[in-house]
Design a protein around this ligand. Structure first.
Ligand SMILES: Cc1cc2nc3c(=O)[nH]c(=O)nc-3n(C[C@H](O)[C@H](O)[C@H](O)COP(=O)(O)O)c2cc1C
Length: 306
């Protein structure tokens, strides 16, 4: 048989054994998925959005299926920094794959405090800032729609951490490029995109919204074309690596994101239908490379012919 495909990639200073990470909020704290796949064979795990204090999140129903996707309004339910460090991180720290902690906060000071709380914790390889959080002091509009706010949050986390900082961009903007450039200038080592697209679902017979929160974030295959476009646009505009996500269900979907310019990818909603999806996507991506005569997965990055 042919020689083995090289799958290792570098996202900034982080070396991943392969380009596939589990996306935040769809993979719990990793352990929940240990019986479905070999976590050591993933490129990395991005943990559920973590806040300083525990959060219960929104009332149910918090998830509904839509055509080719799903809507969620979980409301960032999570265990909080204390419990994360004591009960969740030790398991993750023992894995071979990289551990990226996704951060949620409602103000610059809270982001700074959270980064400081995690400082020095054994087993965290990078921080990923979820800028889709509401800026409570700034009137509740998400940080992620404003380049100045994104730069401020990125700087606050950088100044209070020694870890690489990834900034996860929202697609709910007219043009992601100025926001990506602002994050880069403020010291982001990588950009993840995209987060979910705002939407809603209605039960016409009951005349009610299907989510208790009325609105939620759309994810899954429905959003892949949006994610590909944004990765294509942003990766051409910045000098730092891009981590692509949105609707990746197969290895070939992952290859599409790499061609669009992503150095690594994350798999989210796919894990709900098939909890072994992350490993399967990694395996399928290697198979895709072998079939296409690609010896090193890095050859695909940005190799789109336009
Ligand atoms: C149930 C659920 C919870 C999520 N929670 C988070 C979160 O805590 N932080 C975050 O940055 N993104 C969160 N996301 C967004 C995903 O990480 C991902 O960006 C998005 O779902 C698009 O990828 P996908 O189509 O592969 O799911 C969540 C998505 C879902 C479906």
């Amino acid at each position: 048989m042919g020689t083995k495909v090289k799958t290792a990639v570098k996202v900034g200073s982080l070396e991943l054994a392969n380009p596939v990470l589990a996306a935040s909020g769809t993979f719990g704290y990793g352990r929940e998925f240990a019986k479905y796949l070999d976590l050591n064979r993933l490129g990395g795990v991005v943990t559920k959005g973590l806040s300083l204090e525990p959060r219960d999140g929104n009332p149910p129903p918090r998830i509904v299926e839509t055509a080719a996707g799903m809507l969620n309004a979980i409301g960032l339910a999570n265990v909080g920094a204390e419990v994360f460090l004591e009960e969740k991180l030790p398991f993750l720290a023992a894995l071979d794959c990289k551990v990226v902690v996704n951060l949620y906060a409602e103000g610059i000071d809270q982001f700074a405090g959270l980064a400081e709380r995690l400082r020095g914790a054994e087993g965290i390889d990078a921080l990923e800032i979820n800028v889709s959080c509401p800026n409570v002091k700034g009137g509740g509009v998400a940080f992620g729609v404003d380049p100045i706010s994104v730069a401020a949050v990125t700087r606050a986390v950088r100044e209070n951490s020694d870890l690489p900082v990834w900034v996860k961009l929202t697609p709910n903007v007219t043009d992601p490029v100025p926001i990506a450039l602002a994050a880069q200038k403020a010291g982001a080592e990588a950009l993840s995109l995209i987060n979910t697209i705002m939407g809603m679902a209605i039960d016409a017979r009951r005349r009610t919204p299907r989510l208790a929160n009325v609105m939620g974030g759309l994810s899954g295959p429905a959003i892949k074309p949006v994610g590909l476009r944004m990765v294509h646009l942003v990766s051409r505009a910045v000098d730092i690596p891009v981590v692509g996500l949105g609707g990746i269900m197969t290895g070939e979907d992952a290859a599409e994101y790499l061609l669009a310019g992503a150095t690594a990818v994350q798999v989210g909603t796919a894990s709900f239908g098939d909890p072994s999806s992350c490993q399967r996507v990694a395996d399928e991506l290697a198979q895709f490379c072998a079939q296409e005569g690609v010896a090193d997965v890095n050859e695909l990055v940005g190799a789109l012919k336009t």
